[in-house]
Design a binder for this molecule. Structure first.
Ligand SMILES: Cc1cc2nc3c(=O)[nH]c(=O)nc-3n(C[C@H](O)[C@H](O)[C@H](O)COP(=O)(O)OP(=O)(O)OC[C@H]3O[C@@H](n4cnc5c(N)ncnc54)[C@H](O)[C@@H]3O)c2cc1C
Length: 454
């Protein structure tokens, strides 16, 4: 019998259009392995919401594999030690995996590749990051020309089928998933997550099918937080439960404004390209001048930051978003932009604190997409400088018809009229007063920005 191959899984927890599974299955028996390796300093430790999702996604993948006569092996430790040890134990001669672009995964790939034969495949992006270049062969800095160049290479290759998997003669031992303690116990804050999400490939494909029907109206509805106008595929895409190529093929022919939706998939691609060029993007301002920005620090800033995280700023749209995030692990994109702008500009708190909070609380927390969007909001990024675009929450809220959204997430305000709910005129019992005045905060932010420039 041919020697088995290990399929090393990370954020690619699916069977369809999964090139590592496909290639390994062509070579012989397959041992699918997930290694929990985020406790070492080289990793950014996964946040609580991601750990919740990961638990359920691994559980689903194991069930899907078992239905095909295979199973998922779980191990914990440094991946460049765990995989060679597992290979020695099972006689596996090679590892197959999909490329990942977070700096810690690129380092881990190098380390595993030194220890044993590692075959890396493409498949979690529409085109390999770093392969879409300007006419002069340099990476794009700005999204629009990047997306135009990438679009010219579409459609992506047709999705690969779910492979037939041959089991090895002996299965190695696996950690029990529960022993990893990925789920919250005391307190169990995940009730709202369970109500909203079905992690795993089946849940991803179901979301995709539901969205295909709405896709033609995407541009019309995507900015309205009171509606379910977007796909809610972000966590499924982050964990690789569906491939972007599959999303592309399933939606591209939907008609209407689906091109706008595909452009958002393009932002995801762009983010992966940015972290390949600038691996430290999640920690460091791309515009170094901002290293001198006078971010507020100290007890007052800490109290404001806490109010922001708890959805108690006195700005209903911001508070609705932050509570939606806490309860369900997700926030509507329009509201993410408003909440991020509020933290950075109204409160003058360093974007990295916001990035970290999102990292811990979003089910779709993604190193590249999170940093690209935070640096975009802060004006510190490689793309255009957005610092002076200070979003006015009280104007944005009626503009995007957020009344019912606020009613859902800030029940203290639910009784207010459609007009008043965006900005209560009189104090409302149990709801805080505004922690900053909009005009004063705006002036303070612009002055701080001016001082930096001057
Ligand atoms: C401050 C801030 C932080 C963010 N952090 C993350 C993050 O950690 N992870 C994440 O996936 N998205 C992040 N986003 C982008 C965006 O808000 C989410 O991708 C989107 O809200 C997910 O909902 P959806 O799947 O319904 O999106 P849809 O509108 O249906 O878009 C389809 C897909 O395109 C991708 N996408 C959409 N918008 C963006 C974008 N602006 N940047 C990158 N990819 C995008 C996502 O994969 C999404 O699932 C952030 C945005 C902001 C403003």
């Amino acid at each position: 019998m041919t020697t088995p191959s290990i399929v090393w899984l990370r954020r690619d927890l699916r069977l369809a259009d999964q090139a590592a599974f496909y290639a390994a299955s062509q070579a012989g028996p397959v041992i699918p392995v997930y290694v929990l390796d985020d406790d070492t300093p080289r990793h950014r430790r996964m946040g609580g919401a991601s750990r919740w999702w990961l638990h359920h996604s691994l559980e689903r993948l194991d069930a899907d594999l078992r239905a095909r006569g295979s199973r998922l092996i779980l191990r914990r430790g440094k991946v460049d030690e765990v995989l060679p040890a597992l290979a020695a134990e099972t006689g596996a001669s090679a590892v197959h995996a999909l490329h990942h672009y977070e700096p810690w995964w690129r380092n881990a790939e190098r380390a595993v590749g030194k220890a044993m034969p590692l075959h890396l495949h493409h498949g979690n992006t529409l085109a390999p990051p770093g392969s879409v270049l300007t006419g002069s062969g340099t990476p794009f800095k700005i999204f629009t020309p990047f997306w135009r160049a990438l679009s010219e290479r579409m459609p992506p290759a047709p999705p690969l089928p779910v492979p037939d998997l041959t089991a090895p003669t002996h299965w190695p031992a696996s950690d029990p998933l529960d022993s990893w303690g990925l789920l919250p116990i005391k307190p169990d804050w995940a009730g709202g997550f369970r109500a909203e999400w079905t992690p795993g490939e089946g849940g991803a494909l179901e979301r995709l099918e539901t969205f295909v029907r709405r896709a033609p109206k995407y541009a019309e509805h995507r900015n309205l937080p009171s509606m379910e106008g977007t796909s809610r595929l972000s966590a499924h895409l982050h964990f690789g439960e569906v491939s972007p190529a599959m999303v592309w093929h399933r939606t591209a022919a939907a008609g209407g404004s689906v091109a706008t939706f595909l452009g958002e998939i393009g932002w995801r691609e762009y983010a992966q390209n940015v972290i390949v060029q600038l691996p430290d993007y999640g920690n460091r301002n791309a515009r170094e001048a901002y290293d001198r920005f006078p971010w507020r620090a100290g007890p007052d800033a800490d109290a404001d930051f806490a109010a922001w995280t708890q959805g108690r700023t006195g700005y209903p749209i911001v508070d609705a978003g932050m509570r939606q995030l806490w309860v369900s692990g997700w926030m509507h994109n329009r509201v993410r932009m408003i909440a991020a702008s509020f933290l950075i500009k109204h409160l003058l708190v360093d974007w990295r604190r916001g990035d970290q909070w999102f990292w811990d609380t979003l089910v779709d927390a993604d190193y590249g997409s999170n940093a690209v969007n935070w640096q975009w909001s802060a004006g510190t990024g490689v793309d255009s400088n957005m610092f002076v675009r200070i979003m006015a929450p009280l104007t944005q809220s009626p503009k995007f018809d957020a009344g019912d959204y606020i009613r859902q997430w800030v029940p203290e305000l639910a009784h207010l009229s459609d007009l008043e709910i965006h900005d209560p005129v009189k104090p409302v019992r149990g709801y805080p007063q505004k922690i900053v005045d909009h005009a004063a905060a705006r002036a303070r932010a612009l002055a701080a920005h001016q001082a930096l420039k001057g």
